[in-house]
Design a protein around this ligand. Structure first.
Ligand code: C5P
Length: 250
């Protein structure tokens, strides 16, 4: 049954992105660090390759699941997808694109409660505001003008109005979102790079990066970390170092 009572241990703020192309490699890696992390993130790559079995088998390790499938469709279709996702045991976070509109987000927010058995804690719904891969120029090309940061805050406020529980955003935007949307609105930040990250700067596609302590100080509730743990020579030590940094910054 989906449990969304986030405990206070610093490890519960760490979400490790399982960016693998097969369930066997994801499981092999997840088993190594499961006791050190709060959740595992299953994105479209792993879910497309392995389907709901990925959620079932990873959740069986005892950590929560962030099902990062970023739904974006008509409200009825998104509601159906969210209903199915919320019913999967272990799923604690689900997300949609805010650009799908207010009605779509409202439909998703309603579906999330409907998908959970009576009395059980429900998963939380997040919105992706603007993809962090999009800069000013890329946004203009799709018809969205103005400062990207203002658009991010505006979409976060719209998501909140629609009943969404929080957003995925870069650390650079976290403070402005926290100010606009209040203390209880969840902020999940990717692009986290510890000081001694094994990801070489030249090979790093994350353009808006921050250390774990910067993320926590900017107001993030959860940090999504992939390669700094997956590609580390000692993934357990890398995960533990991030948890220690989170603890020190809280
Ligand atoms: O390896 P790295 O730490 O960059 O992994 C970050 C994870 O967060 C990846 O799974 C990526 O898809 C995801 N993500 C992101 N930026 C967003 C949303 C999700 O990097 N805005």
């Amino acid at each position: 049954m989906a449990q969304t009572t986030f405990d206070a241990h610093p490890r519960s703020s760490l979400i490790v992105a399982l960016d693998f192309d097969s369930l066997s490699s994801a499981l092999k890696f997840a088993k190594q660090v499961a006791d050190l992390v709060g959740m595992f993130k299953i994105g479209s790559q792993l879910f497309t390759a392995a389907g709901p079995s990925a959620v079932k088998e990873i959740a069986a390790l005892g950590s929560g699941i962030f099902l990062d499938l970023k739904y974006h469709d008509i409200p009825n279709s998104v509601a159906g997808a969210v209903l199915s996702a919320a019913a999967m045991s272990g799923v604690q976070l689900i997300n949609v694109h805010a650009l799908g509109g207010k009605a779509m987000m409202e439909a998703a927010a309603q579906a999330i409660s409907a998908g959970v058995p009576m009395g059980a804690d429900r998963p939380r719904l997040l919105a992706v505001t603007v993809l962090t891969s999009m800069d000013h120029k890329a946004m203009k090309e799709v018809g969205i003008g103005g400062e990207p940061k203002l658009q991010v805050v505006r979409l976060a406020q719209l998501a909140k109005k629609a009943g969404v529980d929080g957003v995925v955003a870069s650390v650079q935007e976290a403070r402005a979102i926290r100010k606009a949307c209040g203390r209880d609105f969840l902020i999940v930040t990717p692009g986290v790079r510890p000081k001694d990250s094994p990801v070489a700067p030249a090979a790093d596609d994350q353009s808006r990066k921050a250390t774990p302590s910067e993320a926590i100080r900017a107001g993030a509730d959860f940090l999504v970390v992939g390669r700094p743990i997956i590609a580390a020579p000692d993934p357990r030590a890398a995960a533990q170092a991030i948890v220690d940094e989170i603890a020190a910054a809280k």
